[in-house]
Write a protein that binds this ligand. Structure first.
Ligand SMILES: [Fe+2]
Length: 409
């Protein structure tokens, strides 16, 4: 049985199913394991995690803890609270924007790759090389945020950093818009997102992509990337304060347990707190050599579960409003026993998006895809859960929302 317990209750002989935090924050372990080394237990207690999931069928149990049902109810309540009608915004059609966003993703990835590669070789970063990329990404996000954000999530296991930069840029722009930032502030947030992880270029790929447990020395090297990146940006030309700050502080946590400086709450700038949320969302939804990413709706739920202490609550709530409780591309199960893919959010409710319904569970068969707007008063159907496409052997969720096949970047 799975059970969530406070880290203080963790003992040797327990089986750790999952940490309640992004694996980017504590990359010692990237999968489930039996806790049998006292050194590991000591480290877990010092890395700023509040809770962990244990599997009591594979290791020792303890009194108390929270069941999966209790945690699910807690998350449902937290997300329902975020939901409120937004103002309808004129948006480009999702398929139309997806066609444009595919080209922007390809071009941006190339541009980021050459900019970061040159920076690694010692050439000073120039804001003039980065701004046109931010501009293109921003205009797509403003036409329709869901298209580029959902496409940028699909990553090749190699070359993760380049597309991660594009994705975090897009997420920062969308979040800044949701938070009511003006055009200049929105572009600055986007630029900060694009450059936040440039310091990863100084980390050997043998550590970045290592499939197993990192040694303490390797983890320390990994944790140097914000400081390395900040140094690279300082040596660059025209990089503003906001991008410098986000680069240095995107791994800080509001409870003070982050790095490099252990800043807490308001000591962390608004932009860096935004960067932390966008960075974690893209990291956990992306495939890495050592771990497959989680589905977007699953990731939103995990982040809601960990958000206290890790993220600024109000920024996390704005983030959920910007990408959705069921982000575009999520596979969901309806009360009517159909499966659908989320195609677009609606202004009425984050819990009632527009779907492409394509599968009948009762007859266990595909049906002709049909659009269903759950926010229409006449529609009596509703989402009962998000689903893992692999469990249903569904491999074309991308094509179902975007109208085209997309190869990971
Ligand atoms: Fe980072």
């Amino acid at each position: 049985m799975l059970k969530r317990i406070p880290v203080q209750q963790l003992r040797l002989g327990m089986y750790i199913h999952e940490f309640c935090g992004s694996w980017m924050e504590h990359p010692f372990w990237r999968g489930a394991f039996l806790l049998d080394d006292p050194k590991d237990l000591k480290i877990i207690c010092t890395i700023g995690l509040a809770e962990v999931w244990i599997d009591t069928s594979k290791g020792h149990d303890v009194e108390g803890g929270a069941s999966t049902a209790a945690v699910a109810a807690e998350v449902d309540a937290a997300l329902a609270q975020v939901d409120s009608p937004g103002k309808p915004e004129p948006r480009a059609g999702i398929a139309q924007e997806a066609a444009r966003a595919v080209k922007i993703c390809a071009k941006s990835k190339q541009a980021v790759a050459s900019m970061f590669h040159e920076a690694r070789m010692g050439k000073a970063l120039d804001v003039g090389d980065a701004l046109p990329i931010v501009e293109e990404i921003s205009t797509s996000v403003m036409r329709n945020p869901g298209a580029l954000i959902s496409l940028a999530r699909l990553k090749n296991k190699d070359e993760y950093t380049y597309m991660h930069s594009v994705a975090v840029c897009a997420l920062m722009v969308a979040l800044a818009r949701t938070m009511g930032f003006n055009d200049l502030q929105t572009r600055q947030a986007g630029l900060a997102g694009l450059l936040h992880d440039v310091g990863k270029m100084m980390i050997p790929t043998s550590i970045l992509d290592k499939p197993g447990k990192l040694t303490e020395a390797e983890f320390e090297t990994m944790k140097s990337h914000p400081v390395e990146g900040h140094r690279m940006l300082l040596e660059g030309s025209g990089i503003g304060e906001i991008a410098l700050d986000v680069c240095l502080h995107h791994h800080e946590k509001v409870d003070g347990s982050g790095y490099p400086h252990g800043l807490a709450g308001g000591e962390i700038s608004m932009y860096a707190r935004m960067g932390a949320v966008c960075d974690v969302y893209d990291a956990i939804t992306s495939n890495r050599p050592y771990k497959n990413g989680w589905e977007p709706a699953e990731s939103i739920r995990k982040m809601a579960e960990w958000s206290k202490g890790h993220f600024d609550q109000r920024i996390f709530e704005a983030f959920v409003r910007s990408v959705g409780i069921y982000p575009i591309g999520s596979l969901v199960r309806l009360e009517s026993d159909h499966l659908g893919v989320v195609v677009e959010q609606t202004a009425q409710s984050l819990l009632r998006p527009i779907l492409m319904v394509f599968f009948s569970i009762k007859s266990n068969a595909r049906m002709p895809p049909e659009l269903l707007d759950l926010s229409k008063p006449a529609c009596k159907d509703k989402i009962v859960s998000h689903e893992d496409p692999l469990k249903w052997d569904i491999r074309d969720t991308q094509a179902l929302w975007s109208g085209m096949e997309v190869t990971p970047w």
